[in-house]
Design a protein around this ligand. Structure first.
Ligand code: WTA
Length: 653
């Protein structure tokens, strides 16, 4: 098992510290006692049915769950529409004029959409898409920066039953291309650019490169964002007949567009995520169960109240942005704050300035961001009045207890409860988490399964263990329904370890109180700054460089990012190791996958450590990259290889 031993030690050291929900928080909380846990324990399906009733259905379901492992159908026979639940149903009363989305761009431009305005914008875009021939079930790729149009585009798809596939704006043209091809997307929605640390990322140019020669894409809708002052042509060369300005599409379309009544199990979206081997897989989410769980978790985990200003700092390109910027909070009628850019632009207090300006009351971010804030120092948050905050959340990777304590103290004023939420792209919604008015929290522990979720720690044979693999033992409403176009991979990856039990790929431990401590991935998936990256993907990008003969990629511990990528590379005959080549390989990976996948270290080596059967021993490389004592090397074909490598690595710093 590969879960980090350091994390395990950390966990053991910190089990003792406990933080109770503050009494006044508990009194006012949406959930203030264990009733939901009891209720779900007595009858799990009835519990989820009650949660589903919090949505607006066009037709009620006949059956709560049809479980034919590994395939589950929830609320079978029911009909609803996700966009209708996020918009239309809020228009009856005073919520119509409530701010649904408050947005600030990195350069400081601001926009607010009320629910009524958002509804109108979404309906117009939906009609515009229909005019281009987009129909129910068709796939639409979305490649946008963090601007309101990203949410509008997703909801417009949902409105007409088109299936969106959002691709993170930081991914390369090649990554976008393979995702468009795999999903068969006929429409692409993108922007001229997006702001990041004062620069404009040229999205349209990358999108053009991505779809060059791809017949499947018939239309491209382009949002104007981040032109240079002269309207620089290279930002957006519009191709006649294929490319359309967003403002023209929306401007000409009617604001009346009935929401398509979707079957509960109709596809809502595909989202690509990295796995152990091969190319990223298209995780599929459907409508009824997904919406049920994301709404219920948004309301309870974040204790969402009508007057809250809720900010989730994720990008819409990741699942967190799907479930907890768009679908969950808007279904719950929240005021969602959204920010386009970097936390340190123009200064390191940008987030705190935003919290103060908009009166953010709930903040949901990632441990990697918290560790960066810690490093920058508390003088930055101290410049601002953060007293509007009443709840803090974290997601994406294990949080180290020090970061948890710092977050609570310096951002939460020592009072805000912290919800450490464990879940994945595949689970769709939050699975293991405190409820802030109920749960006694411990820094570093995601605590217990949400009501209606059944989780356990199992060993390889499926027996319960104190320390082992995290397992989800019963189907849940927002579970993935499959991998797009690859049933075999779906079964193999998630359902082959144990019988009818879901394998998430994380190591975990349970303590004496029954609280869960997530220890990290046990497969070859890296978690760099909260982003999932497959070692194999990076390896193939490195090997794709003409100078590379062979490569092995491992994650090593990084103080801020959690993990950083180290690539061990052997060169082809005729190539010399050099700093220039190191940089070239890093850049190459950036171009192949995206900047997030660039290795922090590139280490040249004549040979890679292999077993006698030729398998690369990544565990040893990890030890080397982390400066650890070397583990067992007796199975190596040539034990000297590691010694030489270790020396070299240490010399190279
Ligand atoms: C990790 C992000 C510890 C875990 C929502 C999981 C966490 C992977 C936590 C999913 C947490 C997420 N504590 N680890 N609170 N939340 N993880 O698909 O390894 O981008 O398997 O979904 O992130 O990453 P994904």
């Amino acid at each position: 098992m590969a879960a980090s031993p350091r994390r395990e030690i950390d966990v053991l050291l910190h089990e003792g510290r406990r933080v109770e929900p503050p009494e006044d928080f508990r009194r006012e909380a949406r959930v203030s006692d264990r009733t939901p846990y009891r209720r779900a324990g007595e009858d799990r399906l009835a519990f989820w049915e009650e949660r589903a009733r919090e949505l607006d259905w066009f037709e009620e379901w006949d059956e709560v769950l049809n479980w034919d492992p590994p395939h589950a159908e929830w609320f079978v026979g029911g009909r609803l529409n996700a966009a209708h639940n996020c918009l239309d149903r809020h228009l009856d009363g005073w919520r119509a004029n409530k701010a649904a989305l408050i947005w600030e761009g990195e350069p400081g431009d601001r926009r607010t959409y009320t629910y009524r305005e958002l509804h109108r914008e979404v309906s117009r875009l939906a009609n515009g898409m229909k005019e281009m021939g987009v129909e129910k079930g068709d796939r639409v790729a979305i490649y946008l920066p963090m601007i309101p149009e990203a949410a509008v585009a997703m909801l417009a798809c949902a409105r007409i039953g088109a299936v969106h596939s959002v691709v993170f704006g930081g991914f390369s043209p090649g990554s976008l291309r393979s995702r468009i091809q795999d999903a068969g997307a006929e429409l692409l929605i993108t922007a001229t650019g997006g702001y990041r640390r004062g620069n404009v990322l040229r999205l349209k140019r990358d999108a053009d490169e991505a779809i060059e020669g791809l017949d499947v894409v018939e239309n491209v809708i382009v949002v104007r964002r981040g032109f240079s002052a002269e309207g620089d042509e290279t930002f957006a060369r519009m191709q006649e007949g294929r490319d359309h300005w967003y403002e023209d599409v929306v401007g000409e379309a009617s604001p009346k567009c009935p929401a398509e009544p979707m079957a509960s199990e109709d596809l809502l979206y595909i989202l690509y995520t990295s796995g152990t081997t091969g190319k990223p897989k298209g995780v599929m989410h459907t409508t009824g169960g997904y919406m049920t769980q994301v709404q219920a978790t948004t309301e309870w985990v974040f204790d969402l109240k009508e007057e809250d200003v809720y900010w989730c700092t994720a990008d819409v390109g990741w699942v967190t942005g799907h479930s907890y910027i768009v679908y969950g909070p808007l279904a719950a009628g929240a005021t969602v704050f959204m920010y386009e850019g970097a936390p340190d632009w123009p200064e390191r207090d940008r987030f705190w300035e935003l919290v103060e300006r908009y009166g953010v009351s709930i903040l949901y971010t990632a441990p990697t961001a918290i560790r960066a804030f810690m490093k920058w120092g508390e003088e930055w948050p101290e410049k601002h009045d953060l007293s509007s905050l009443r709840l803090l959340g974290t997601v994406g990777e294990p949080i180290n207890p020090e970061a948890w304590e710092w977050y609570r103290e310096h951002i939460g004023g020592g009072e805000c409860p912290i919800v450490d939420t464990w879940w994945q792209t595949e689970t769709g919604g939050i699975m293991i988490t405190p409820l802030p008015g109920v749960t006694t929290t411990k820094p570093g522990s995601a605590t217990e399964p949400f009501p209606g979720i059944e989780a356990a720690i199992l060993d390889d044979d499926g027996n319960e263990a104190e320390s082992g693999y995290l397992a989800i033992t019963e189907p849940w409403p927002s579970m993935l329904r499959g991998v797009w176009g690859d049933e075999e991979r779906f079964r193999e990856t998630y359902w082959s370890k144990w019988d009818d039990t879901y394998f998430p790929g994380d190591g975990a431990r349970v303590d004496g109180d029954g609280d869960f401590w997530i220890l990290g991935r046990v497969d070859d998936v890296l978690n760099v700054a909260g982003h999932r990256i497959g070692t194999m993907e990076v390896e193939s990008a490195v090997v794709d460089h003409p100078a590379t003969a062979e490569a092995a990629v491992v994650g090593r511990k990084d103080e801020v990012k959690g993990e950083a990528i180290a690539a061990f590379v052997s060169l082809k005959e005729g190539y010399e190791a050099s700093d220039g080549l190191q940089e070239e390989i890093r850049e190459h990976v950036g171009q192949e996958i995206g900047a997030i996948a660039k290795p922090a270290d590139v280490i040249f080596t004549a040979d890679l450590p292999k077993t006698r059967s030729g398998k690369i021993m990544r565990r040893l490389l990890k030890d080397i990259a982390e400066g650890e004592a070397l583990g067992d090397t007796t199975t190596l074909a040539d034990p000297d290889v590691v010694e030489r490598l270790k020396q070299k690595y240490e010399e190279g710093g």
